[in-house]
Design a binder for this molecule. Sequence first.
Ligand code: ZN
Length: 279
Amino acid sequence: MRYIEMHAHMVSRTTDDYERMALTGCVAVSEPAFWAGWDRSTPEGFEDYFRQLTEFEPKRAQQYHIQHYTWLCLNPKEGDDRKLATEVVKRIPKYLDRPGVLGIGEIGVNRITLNEIETFKDHVQLAVDHNQMILIHTPHLEDKYKGTKIIVDNLLKFQKLDPSRVLVDHAEEHTIDMILSNGFHTGLTLYPNTKVSAQRAVDLVEMYGTERICVASACDWGPSVPVALPYFMMEMRRRKHPESLIDTMVYRNPAAFLEQSPKFMLPGEAQPAAVPAAK
Ligand SMILES: [Zn+2]
């Protein structure tokens, strides 16, 4: 079965991972900009990363017939450095017209400092000014509820922002309702030991339905599984959910969200037209 991986940091994965994803049905990945595991020292370091995301990574994905889309920002963790953040935000617009760029993300808060919140708001304003979609990271720490609430409250202050063009990711049982009830899309990100498991994600789908909910691996340089979606699909089947419902969760819902960007094309549409048979 085909699937779209909504949240994968492929720059930190090997080509073997692309191969496993392709073999398990992945047809497109959406890769948000994130923290590299170490702090970058200059705005130029971010520009090099944006070039990696928009030039090198799509070519690597293409070798496995996987479409590659990306989101640009200075991540929540480094957002605490206001001087650096202000400079990087100024440099983002020149990359927004590149083919696979869908919007601004993953922005949000990490330790919920005042500086992080200011940087978050700068990014939202950037998205509004340039009519970009937004992908949002919510903190994984004990303050997930507080962080998600601050993010949602701040988003609602932007009157020109259309909530249906924003996905608030890393939702859990205690945050999903405030995200969905305010009109945003949400994401359940699957992790091997900590955070949301495939079982918990299926529980959430059974409780909240499928509307505006996506599932993703959120794989990065830490312990994570780039083929987490097939495990989610297997758990859905074990509980006897129909294939059409699984398709909605792993393909139709991500496509419906991403298609709001004119740059996203369903994998079938992006292929060159078939050569007609000779007469
Ligand atoms: Zn991420």
